[in-house]
Ligand binder design. Structure first.
Ligand SMILES: [Zn+2]
Length: 132
């Protein structure tokens, strides 16, 4: 019998169940893209005050992944990692906004053409009026 499983099936997704847990939930991609990647907010996130509750006293933070690291070396190696590069790629796509959702539902502020006037009914009305 040959191999039952394909090789190279993991793609650095180590633990899918862990990623679905509420306690490891991080900021959503649109929050990062629209709020955190703004240069002003980014500078504030990268220079956080010392917080004893956070890993590494909140001194080594990856803005793209919304994740704290213990040491600067860990953060540097994270920046070279596949997980971080994939995240950056996802962030380069435009975020799904409320405007787009409303456009999909037909509620947006699109410039809509007015409906064409009903020619037949108006001509009928005109003929009726002229007949009188
Ligand atoms: Zn990262």
């Amino acid at each position: 019998m040959g191999r039952l499983r394909r090789s190279r099936a993991h793609h650095a997704r180590r633990d899918v169940q862990r990623g679905a847990r509420t306690r490891v939930r991080t900021r959503d991609l649109d929050m990062i893209q629209l709020i955190d990647l703004d240069p002003k907010n980014r500078a504030a996130l990268e220079a956080q005050p010392i917080d004893y509750e956070k890993p590494g006293l909140a001194q080594h933070y990856c803005v793209e992944c919304a994740k704290y690291y213990e040491t600067d070396a860990a953060l540097q190696s994270h920046w070279r990692s596949k997980v971080h590069k994939r995240r950056c790629k996802q962030l380069r796509e435009p975020a799904y906004t409320i405007e787009e959702a409303e456009r999909a539902a037909g509620l947006g502020r699109e410039t809509r053409q007015p409906p064409p006037p009903h020619q037949s009914s108006t001509t009928e009305m005109m003929s009726v009026l002229e007949g009188v």
